[in-house]
Every structure is written in C-alpha cells, then in structure tokens.
Design a protein around this ligand. Structure first.
Ligand code: ATP
Ligand code: MG
Length: 555
C-alpha cells in the first residue's frame, strides 16, 4: 500500500533509538519454535521484524528457538524456512538456539560462580507450590544456600547424565518475595534425556525459554527483540540475566498478537486438528497456516498487505477474517486470469445454430490489465453447458437470467433468447433451448439489443471435467478458543464442499500450481498443489467474489 500512515509505536521506538545514537544499525530477529507450521499470526511477527529492518536499513535473523527437544522436528524447520521465503523475506543469518548450548552452559556456570544460581533437588511440583502467590512471598528451598563448589559439582553431574529427569534443576537465585512471579528463583535448566533434532544425545540438560531467549538475542547483537504481549512479564528476567552476565544489552518490546475470527491460532490447537485427522494436514486449505493459505490460493502480497493494514497495537483484539478476504480479493482482482467454469451443469441447446458447426471466440484474460491481459480461445458451438441455477421455468419479474422469453448475453459470445426447455419424467429440467442472434457477437454487436444479464458457459463438445472444492469457515463461532468446552466441538461440519463434475473450459488444462484464476461469477480459484499431482485437476476456491458470509448473517 502506498498511502502514507503515521509511525507505529515500534517505529517510533526505533527512530528514537537511532536518533539518540543508541544503535548505529538496528538488528531484529524472527524466533519461531520449530514445533509446528507457521500461521498467519506468525506472518504478522515476520512482517514486523523484517519490515522494521527493511525500513531502517538494518538486518533480520531467523532463529529457531529449539530448546525443547520433546516437541521439535526438522520437518517444522524446513516448512518454516519455506514459508518465510514464500512471504517474500530473506534473513541475514540463520541460527539455532541449540547452537548456543555450549555458550549458554558457560553462562550458567558464570552465574553459579557469582553465587547467582543453585542446583535444587526439589521436584517441579514442590518448587511450584513453594513459589507462593502474587500476594504471598515464596519459601526458600532448603538447597538454596549450597556452596558455589557444590553447585558447580552438581551442575556438572547433571550435565553428565548422572541424574534422571526431574531429579534436579538449576535455578537462578533472585528474589522469592518479588511481586513478579517470574523473578522468584526461576528454573534455568532441567534434565530431559531426550534426543534433540540437531544436537542428538550430546545434551541431557536443556535451558528454559527464559534462560535461552534473551541470551540468544544478546549473542546475535539483536537491538530490538520484538515479541507478543504475554512476554511482558518475562521482561525483568530477560533484563536481569543480561545485566548479571554483562553481555550485549538487547531490548525486548511487546505487541498484541493477531487473533482472527472463526479460527484458532495456536500451534498446539492446530496440531490437534492435524493429529486427529480433522483436517487434511497442516496445509489444509481451511487452516490459518501460511502453507494452508498458500494452498488455498492466497498470495504473499495479500498477506503482507493484510499485516500492514491491521497495524501493530499494544492491546489484544480480534480481527475480522473478512479483512483478510478483502485483501486477497483486492490483489487477485488485479492479477487473476478470467476463466469460465460451470459447477452444476445443464445443457443449453442453440436450436438455430447449425449442427456440426463450431467457431473459436476470444475471451479476455483480465480486463484490469493492459490490453485485457491478452485473449484465450473459447470454443463455441450448438450445445453448451450452463449453470442449472441460471434457468428458471417460472421466473419472477426481475429475473435477468434465462427463462422462457428472456434474453441474456453469453459472456464473450452472443445474445440468446430462451425458447423452451426439456424435462425428464421426474420433472427435472434437463436442457434449455434458445436461439442466438448472430449480429450480437461480443465486440462487434450490431443487433441494437440491450440485455441486463450476462452468463458464463462452456462448449459441451470441448469441455473438460475437474473437481472443485469450495470452503467455508473452519469454525462456526467467532472465537472458538473463548467458548466453553472443547474448541473442536465448534467446528463447522460444512466447511468443505466437493464438486466432482465441474465443467471447465479447455484452456484450464494448462493451469499451473500457483496460478490464480477468477472463475467468472464464482470466485477466485487456484489449482490444488497436493491433490492435482496425479493428473486429475482439483481447484480450490480461495475466496468468493463478494462477502457472502456477512450477507448471510444479515438475513
Ligand atoms: P503459538 O502460541 O501459536 O504456538 P508461539 O508464540 O508459541 O505461537 P513461536 O514459534 O514461539 O510461537 O513464535 C515465534 C514468534 O511469533 C514469536 O515472537 C511470537 O511472539 C510470534 N507470534 C506467535 N503467534 C503470534 C500471533 N498470533 N500474532 C503475532 N505474533 C505471533
Ligand atoms: Mg512459543
């Protein structure tokens, strides 16, 4: 978007820091945990981090926050890299918190040596209960005042695998009476005898998020460490570690996470949908994941524009998914190739068009583009497919589609006048009859006839067949996570409609994955990259042409 907007609060901070000479160059990072696929909320974080660096001539690192070996996997690492690139961003350096395990261990030893960390034998539950409450101070562990020598000895033994999971932890020695619970001697290291996706079995102790994140920022000289609001309460701890270790003073700034209506946005919940086969994988076109949106037909530009439009706030809110749909429509209207597809076909027979005759008409690719984006061939003949819903036997007055006696224009072809229809024994209309007006050919119409309706159609002789998938909201309620009970009970049972025998114009046989189409009057579509692999064509509807949902709600 080119319209000028005022600075957001993060840009104000960066500008002030640069003006004050606090940093010569800014350095941000995007720090995903590789425990799932990225979702549109992450896209917001990516756009902010890379956007700030781009705007102020700085750099952005991609750092995998892989300190929990239990939930992490290289499949996720690969998908995250692919998604960030697809969104249009390129990182300066690629890092893994696990690359810093030696350094983090040395930091921990340094804190022990300063008398600021101790090995505790209490269990996780005991530690939790002894932490107190926000209004009541915590109690000291009986192991809090071990000597530095003993702590060094025990921490080394922890590292060497001499204890089992949960037997010992390393804690920071801060303040058990702090009003901030995170400062009440937080755990720095715990034992987890689990294989790590990068370090294998080298380590059996792993740093906690708080002991890894700030130090990783510091090691990479990150000037502005941007994260979501829930980390605001961690900030004093983030600063405490950096100050006690005397390392590069990275600074944390928080913004409100993106929430979107009719979906869920936590990897844990999305993983449940995948594991319970409630969706077709992380990239199911109904998922709010970047890979799902890509498969659905969203473009990188539409997602970046969406992130720009929603801006950045300090207070939580929920964004109407209609805005996301608006952004993709806006982009696709400018770029998508116009094509004709009939989803629910019935025959239209042009009784005055000679049998055995046919012709090739020209269809514009996109009227929004210069020279209409070029033209494609549209075979035309005596028998066509039209949408069943475009014919009515007893039509009301303002019906501008086909009905006995009505005239309509067939898009890029001729005006036809409806003369009759055929029914089968059950009373179902099986074919519509009409006569065409030869002088009304599109582009060279001399008929002088004006009609109100334009319809799409396909030559019955040349039509190909495809599967078309129409999607609706994955959930029936605006904010499934805030409803009572299991969020999965609010799933929309009609979120996927499969149409097997759609008739498509022959030019669509050449459709490529990643190419976007507007199926005239039906919406924006793209080839399904996964299901179309076998030679069968499957098209996904990205979005309708208009917002059918809010209209439905107003009824
Ligand atoms: P989730 O809760 O969905 O599992 P997370 O915060 O655990 O997300 P991370 O991989 O740790 O996911 O996130 C990487 C970065 O993306 C973090 O800086 C995080 O704050 C940010 N982020 C995650 N979810 C959102 C969101 N909904 N909106 C904006 N930023 C987000
Ligand atoms: Mg996280």
């Amino acid at each position: 978007m080119s319209e000028e907007r005022s600075l957001n609060f993060l840009e104000e901070i960066v500008e002030a820091d640069l003006a004050a000479g606090k940093h010569v160059e800014i350095h941000t990072r995007f720090p995903p945990e590789p425990n799932g696929y990225l979702h549109i909320g992450h896209a917001k974080s990516i756009c902010l981090n890379f956007g700030l660096a781009d705007k102020y001539g700085g750099k952005t690192n991609l750092r995998f926050d892989d300190t929990n070996p239990v939930t992490e996997d290289t499949e996720y690492v690969d998908s995250i890299k692919a998604d960030v690139r697809w969104l249009g961003f390129d990182w300066e350096e690629e890092h893994y918190a696990s690359d810093y395990f030696d350094q983090l261990y040395a930091f921990a030893v340094a804190l022990i040596n300063k008398g600021l960390a101790y090995v505790d034998d209490l269990s996780a539950e005991q530690i939790a209960t002894m932490k107190g409450t926000p209004t009541e101070a915590g109690k000291e562990s009986p192991f809090r005042n071990r000597s530095i020598e003993e702590n060094l000895f025990l921490f080394t033994a922890m590292k060497n695998g001499e204890y089992n999971d949960g037997e010992k932890v390393l804690r920071a020695k801060i303040d058990l009476a702090s009003p901030n619970m995170h400062m009440r001697d937080p755990i720095m290291y715990r034992i987890k005898k689990t294989h790590h996706h990068r370090t294998g079995d080298t380590w059996c102790i792993y740093p906690m998020y708080d002991f890894a994140h700030g130090q990783s920022d510091s090691i990479e000289n990150i000037s502005h460490s941007i994260c979501t609001l829930e980390f605001e309460v961690h900030k004093p701890l983030y600063n405490w570690y950096i100050a006690q270790l005397g390392i590069f003073p990275s600074n944390q700034f928080e913004f409100a996470r993106l929430n979107l209506t009719y979906t869920v946005m936590s990897k844990r919940k999305l993983l449940q949908l995948v594991q319970e086969n409630l969706v077709d994988g992380w990239d199911d076109p109904r998922m709010p994941t970047i890979s799902g949106l890509r498969r659905r037909g969203y473009t990188p530009l539409s997602l970046r524009n969406f992130c720009e439009r929603i801006g950045v706030q300090r207070r939580e809110n929920i964004i109407d998914v209609g805005l996301l749909e608006f952004c993709v429509r806006e982009d696709l209207n400018k770029t998508a190739l116009r094509r004709m597809v009939v989803l629910d076909p019935i025959k239209l027979v042009i009784t005055n068009y000679p049998e055995g005759q046919s012709e090739i008409l020209k269809g514009e690719n996109n009227p929004e583009l210069e020279d209409n984006g070029g033209y494609r061939d549209l075979p035309f003949g005596r028998e066509l497919w039209i949408e069943a819903e475009d014919f009515m036997e007893d039509a009301p007055k303002k019906w501008f589609r086909l009905a006995p006696g009505n005239k309509v224009r067939l898009k890029s072809a001729y005006i036809v006048s409806c003369t009759g229809f055929e029914k089968d024994a059950s009373g179902k209309v099986t074919a519509v009859h009409c006569e065409y007006i030869p002088e009304s050919k599109s582009g060279q119409d001399t008929s002088g006839i004006n009609v109100k309706g334009t319809m799409h159609w396909i030559s019955a002789e040349k039509a190909e067949t495809a599967e078309v998938r129409l999607y609706d909201r994955l959930f029936q309620v605006e904010d499934p996570s805030s409803e009572e009970g299991d969020f999965k009970s609010y799933m929309n049972p009609n979120s996927l409609e499969i149409i097997e025998g759609a008739k498509i114009e022959p030019s669509l046989l050449e459709a490529q994955p990643g190419e976007q189409f507007q199926f005239i009057r039906k919406g924006y579509f793209t080839l399904d990259s996964k299901l179309s692999a076998s030679g069968k064509l499957v098209f996904n509807r990205t979005v309708t042409l208009k917002d059918a949902w809010s209209k439905e709600m107003k009824k």
